[in-house]
Design a protein around this ligand. Sequence first.
Ligand code: HEM
Ligand code: HEM
Length: 384
Amino acid sequence: MEASPKPNGVLAAIEERVPIGKALRSFLHESIPGGARWAYVFGSMCLALIALQAITGIVIAAYYVPSPDHALTTLEYVEKEVPFGRVLLGVHHWGANILVGLVLVHVAQAFVFGAYKRPREAVWLSGVVLLLLVQAFHFTGYALPWDQEGYWATEVGTALARNTPFIGEWVMRMMRGGPEVGAVTLTHFFAIHVMVLPAIVGGAILLHLVFLRLVGPAGTFRADAERETRAATGFFPHQVFKDAVAITLLVAVVVGLAAWQYHPHRALANPSDTSFLPRPEWNFLFLFQIQKLFPGSLEWLAALVVPALLVGMVAAVPFFITALQNAGFQAKIAPALQAFLSAPGELTIEAKPLQPVPFSIVLSTAEDAPQNLPDLLSIEITNR
Ligand code: HEM
Ligand code: HEM
């Protein structure tokens, strides 16, 4: 048998053993039905923003100390002493908020284009998991500066978990690392934010993209008509070019906002200040508004059942829409879905983002709050 020809040059020799070029070519040469579109840039923008969050987050974490006494001070150090520290903090702050918005735009695009339909259910479901993980990133990150806003949002958010039937107290204690929000809550949230969530999100993104690659991109909602007029194009160079332009603009906007619109962290958390009325982050406002609709003994419905139903309905979109279509309810689907999907937006507007949100729950948990911030070095050690 004839020996296979020897590879020519160092690169060819490496390629023979680790065929990166071949893998890259097959990755880039995917065909997009109906051609490349600006509408398809949002998934890649989310991906780029998560990478930017990871880069800025890791640099900040190199200085940040997760203790009530040091969190804000170390962030102030980053802001004032680290070169471009203010921009770094600003990029992480704006990036987090823009990411939530972009994910929603990406969901809307996938929804309008019908990209959730059979056989893309797995892509959609892994997306729903990503949506929840991004919210978890936001919730845990918000506590880290240990300022008044972050502290009280954590106090309220974890108090809501107490409404879980039967195991509520346990869930709340697990989140807080004890009965009250304090130093251990901060270290818990820090570990979740910088270790647990990045690992899980990395895996979930990989799954999302593998699922997508296995079934291929959906194309447009007018796919059949367009296939006749617009030929399929490759992912490279057409879509890659559009993605690159969108990502460049995105990074410019985020860095621009960080440089010119950065809000420094505010007052240090003060658990004994019961007059402080927390203002949840905008992406959680609708949940707090729902809370107002179910007062007293029905609070558990708002804290648990309604959010679970909402997530369940978003996850079920690929299944119930197809079922409704098959059952001949085609005309009723659009208005029903519009009402369902716009509800969280309307509740957010109703919650008047610029007004503090008064909560019975805040007052009830404030009574349990420690009068002084526990010192990281003295807490629990004496009790154990
Ligand atoms: C590997 C990834 C990440 C690391 C290592 C990291 C690390 C950090 C650190 C050290 C802080 C405290 C500094 C500060 O408050 O500015 C922080 C805050 C924060 N993080 Fe992250 N982070 C990561 C990813 C993310 C992602 C993907 C989000 C997306 C929602 C996010 C959202 C936030 C938010 C909302 C804050 C509060 C920032 C503020 O209000 O100024 N983080 N993060
Ligand atoms: C961190 C969050 C997310 C990231 C990084 C991400 C990333 C991506 C990327 C890179 C693509 C391929 C390009 C594109 O079509 O835009 C994509 C496609 C897709 N994503 Fe996401 N995604 C995220 C969240 C979601 C969510 C929350 C959903 C739905 C609930 C979702 C559903 C889909 C669907 C259905 C497709 C296929 C689109 C098609 O076939 O045209 N994704 N995603």
